[in-house]
Every structure is written in structure tokens, then in C-alpha cells.
Write a protein that binds this ligand. Structure first.
Ligand SMILES: [Zn+2]
Ligand SMILES: [Zn+2]
Length: 333
């Protein structure tokens, strides 16, 4: 099969950090499904793995954790998906099931968790494996390419929305408007929120307006009204300051990324006082993923997916790093 591997983590635009070539189809381990990849979304976390912002967990890993796939083989006695079914492989791939986080329903915080495309090979390939209990059922009514971005961008955005504690019919600010943000905005709008979008990218601004944002302005500009909740999707620590300043008293900012540049010094009065809060977001639980995919079934989401052939994964990552498209990129073998 054809597959990509991260051989020398470094800037995507300079010396090639990635290898692409032929290799054997992976052999599923005990309790794993073997799947044929139908497509795989390109997430900013892949860029962090490729560029070395995240430490190497597996040498020469195949990136990709928004995998829409067809089941090729299942473990003996497995009662879930059958051969030929369409399943999703997300970022969260393994948890211990016995630690205090797992036991209280916060498996996203499990210290022994493992991740697709970081600890184990992911979907920038023609075939992949996944522990059967971590494959996700997929909603109907979407094409393969529309489903891929839902699996991480959609699920993590949903988790961020939950962490931001948006009140009923509240006012939400979204900072950065890419793959995750454009899906999260639609869930918030479908549930009655007023959404203000802050982004530097003209194409993303157009998409935000088309989806029903109440206002759209520059990345660090003030929204036209105080925010009950805000989500920072752009991996830019400087934006924490304007986002905190834009919060109403008691408001919450959730930072959705796995990696963020340094946050400049906060001013207590201007950024935090009056019970404003900052929260981080770490992966998601399987229960949240299923909850989001059920919502995606109820509220048909418009997914802006840009198709790249598998062999152009390097180009897709470069375009992502340069903000050359709105919405999400999807690799198709
Ligand atoms: Zn655990
Ligand atoms: Zn992701």
C-alpha cells in the first residue's frame, strides 16, 4: 500500500519532514479492526506532529486521525461493526480504563492514553488498523469526505463548546475560523446562539457570514457585544488577551488547540477580574464523540472540505500552515 511517514520532524515548507512510498498492509493486532481508508482529514495536530511541535511518540509514524474507512476484517467474536461497514478512526485510540480519570468518565485525561497518528499509525495511507472499541459509528447523510473533518475538528470543537459553557441563547465569540470552528459555529447557531467570528482570513470571513455569523471582524478586533463564551481555535497565544477582554463578567474562554504559542502577560483587571475564566481542552471522550456525531445526524452540518489526492498530503499540510483554504482538507487515496 502507499503511505506517508514522518521521518524528520521539521517545518513543512523547508527540508522534507515526510516520506511517501510503498509498504506492506498493516497486520491488525489482537482486538483490532483492519480497515481500508476511504479518506482522511488533515488536522492542525498533524502539522504539529510533522513539524515537531509535539514530541515524537513513534518514530516514522503515519499521521492522520480523521479516518473514514471501510472495515476489511474484525477480531473473532467481535459484535460491533461488520466487514464492509463504514467506521471512523479518531485521535483517541486507547485508554487504560482503570485510572481515576477513566473511572470518572474523563478518559480524555487518562495518562496512559494513546493517539492515532502519533502513538500509532494513522490514516495518511491506504489501510490502517484500530482497536475495535475505539472505532466510531458514523452518521448517515454525509459523503466520506464530509465525515472526515467531523471526527476530530468536529468532535474537539464540540468538546470546546461544552468547556466554554455557552448559556442557552448565549453570545459566542470564535477566534480563528478553520476546520473545527466552522463546524462548532453551526452547532452553536443550530442551538440558538449568536456567534461573532474573529479571523484574519478573508475566505474564512466569507464562510462565517454565509453560515450565519452575526458579525465577522479581524483576528484581534473587539466583537460588537460582550461574549458569554469564547473559543480560541487559532494556535496564537497573543489572541488570549483580546478574547479575555471581550468576555462579559462570568464568561469563559476555552482554548481548543493541543499547542499554543506563549500567552503574553495578562492584566488582572482587564483580562480576568469579574470571574472570567480560561480553560484548556484536551482531546475528547468516546461518549462525547458519539454525542457529537448524533448531533451531526440531527442538525445537517455544512462541511467545507477541500479534496487532495493522498500523494499530495505534503501540499495539503503546507496549504493548511499558510491558511490557503477555508474549512478542512481531506486526503483521498
Ligand atoms: Zn485511564
Ligand atoms: Zn485533530
Amino acid at each position: 500500500m502507499r503511505a506517508w511517514r514522518v521521518t524528520r520532524p521539521g517545518p513543512i515548507g523547508s527540508a522534507a519532514p515526510l516520506w511517501f512510498g510503498e509498504e506492506p498492509v498493516p497486520v491488525p493486532g489482537a482486538g483490532e479492526l483492519l480497515v481500508r481508508v476511504l479518506c482522511c482529514g488533515v488536522c492542525r495536530t498533524d502539522l504539529h506532529v510533522v513539524e515537531g511541535d509535539l514530541p515524537v511518540h513513534r518514530r516514522g509514524v503515519t499521521p492522520g486521525h480523521e479516518v473514514v474507512a471501510e472495515v476489511v476484517s474484525v477480531p473473532d467474536g467481535y459484535g460491533g461493526a461488520a466487514v464492509g461497514d463504514r467506521v471512523g478512526i479518531p485521535w483517541l485510540r486507547q485508554t487504560c480504563g482503570v485510572c481515576r480519570y477513566c473511572l470518572r468518565g474523563a478518559e480524555n485525561l487518562c495518562p496512559r492514553s494513546g493517539y492515532t497518528g502519533w502513538d500509532a499509525d494513522g490514516g495518511y495511507a491506504e489501510f490502517a488498523t484500530v482497536p475495535a472499541g475505539y472505532a466510531l459509528p458514523l452518521p448517515a447523510g454525509y459523503s466520506d469526505e464530509e465525515l472526515a473533518p467531523l471526527l476530530c475538528a468536529g468532535v474537539i470543537g464540540y468538546h470546546a463548546l461544552v468547556r466554554a459553557e455557552l448559556p442557552e441563547n448565549g453570545v459566542l465569540g470564535i477566534y480563528g475560523f478553520g476546520g473545527s470552528a466552522h463546524l462548532t459555529a453551526q452547532i452553536a447557531l443550530a442551538r440558538g446562539a449568536r456567534v461573532h467570528v474573529m479571523t484574519r482570513d478573508p475566505a474564512a470571513r466569507e464562510l462565517a457570514s454565509a453560515l450565519g455569523a452575526a458579525s465577522v471582524q479581524g483576528a484581534a478586533d473587539a466583537p460588537p457585544e460582550p461574549l458569554d463564551s469564547a473559543i480560541l481555535f487559532a494556535p496564537v497565544g497573543e489572541l488570549v488577551l483580546p478574547a479575555m477582554a471581550a468576555l462579559d463578567a462570568g464568561g469563559t474562554l476555552a482554548i481548543a488547540g493541543i499547542h499554543l504559542t506563549d500567552i503574553p502577560a495578562l492584566n488582572y483587571q482587564r483580562h480576568l477580574f469579574r470571574e472570567r475564566q480560561i480553560r484548556s481542552v484536551t482531546s475528547n471522550t468516546r461518549a462525547q464523540a458519539r454525542e457529537f456525531l448524533t448531533l451531526a445526524q440531527r442538525y445537517p452540518l455544512r462541511v467545507s472540505a477541500h479534496r487532495y489526492p493522498l500523494e499530495r498530503a505534503d501540499r495539503a499540510l503546507l496549504d493548511l500552515s499558510l491558511g490557503r483554504f477555508d474549512g478542512a482538507a481531506v486526503l483521498v487515496p
